[in-house]
Design a protein around this ligand. Structure first.
Ligand code: UGY
Ligand code: MN
Length: 253
């Protein structure tokens, strides 16, 4: 007997100040210059956000070619591998590698292993007087040390961009790892916005006054001032990569 599948059910939720997006609802978009690939626009301005988060799935014939314009782009290799051509050089990008491209940079991603997945974050760059536009960064997450967060050795933070030390950056991209059973020490409520994707594990996310079960592959958008808290469940660490706007004046100067 075939089990009945209820195709009308999904964990996806879109609210005024937050969203939980699960892969079962993905519908592909076409992006000019990005060919033979699947693009899922997970978060963007249409939702109320001030940045964009995409998931791109590649095959061996895929080619992402373009030039960053008003927005800087951060690329993170979630699965597989591919090649980046930038500044006349070729770079092999393995799982866990990441690329920060400032405004005005040409790029080509190709030669991917079938099934390679790239997560991207796009933000319009806000220049800062007295500071140069940041340089391109090509690194691997294993190059970045894990630091203890909020004095809790079960909460580990990796800052993939030097946002804390260089005001030229107006966005942070971090990987936040929670050991089994760890949780945020308080309900954060802040001006900064977040977009994230779970890389591992599971747990419960509180967003505003709602509570959501979350697992690897899920994405979340949090608008400014959306109260937020997370507790990890299960026996393996939970980890997410997340975007945050930083380092700019909090109101019109
Ligand atoms: O950096 C942050 O604001 C981070 N602790 N927030 C979050 O994980 N929801
Ligand atoms: Mn936060």
């Amino acid at each position: 007997m075939n089990p009945i599948t209820l195709t009308s059910l999904s964990r996806t939720v879109v609210e005024r100040d937050h969203a939980v997006i699960t892969g079962d609802g993905f519908v592909n978009s076409t992006v000019p210059g990005w060919t033979n690939c699947e693009v899922n626009v997970i978060i963007n301005e249409a939702m109320g956000a001030k940045f964009c988060q995409l998931l791109v799935t590649l095959e061996s014939t895929s080619r992402l070619e373009g030039r960053t314009k008003a927005s800087q782009i951060f690329f993170y290799i979630l699965e597989g591998n591919c090649t980046l051509k930038a500044d006349g050089q070729e770079h092999l990008l393995e799982k866990g590698a990441y690329v920060y491209l400032p405004i005005g940079e040409d790029y080509i991603f190709d030669s991917a292993k079938g099934g390679t997945q790239i997560l991207t974050f796009h933000k319009v760059y806000e220049p800062l007087e007295g500071h140069n536009v940041p340089n391109r960064i090509i690194k691997h997450q294993s190059d970045i040390e894990q630091t203890i967060y909020c004095d809790d050795p079960n909460l580990l933070m990796q800052n993939l961009l030097p946002d804390q030390t260089e005001l030229a950056f107006d966005m942070a991209i971090n990987i936040f790892t929670y050991m089994p059973g760890a949780n945020l020490p308080f309900v954060e409520t802040h001006i900064m916005e977040h977009g994230l994707m779970y890389l591992a594990g599971q747990g419960i996310y509180r967003l505003a006054d709602k509570w959501y079960p979350i697992k690897k592959g899920d994405s979340i958008w949090m608008a400014p001032y959306c109260p937020q808290w997370f507790g990890a469940l299960g026996t393996e660490p939970a980890a997410y990569i997340y975007y945050k706007n930083v380092n700019r004046f909090p109101t019109v100067e």
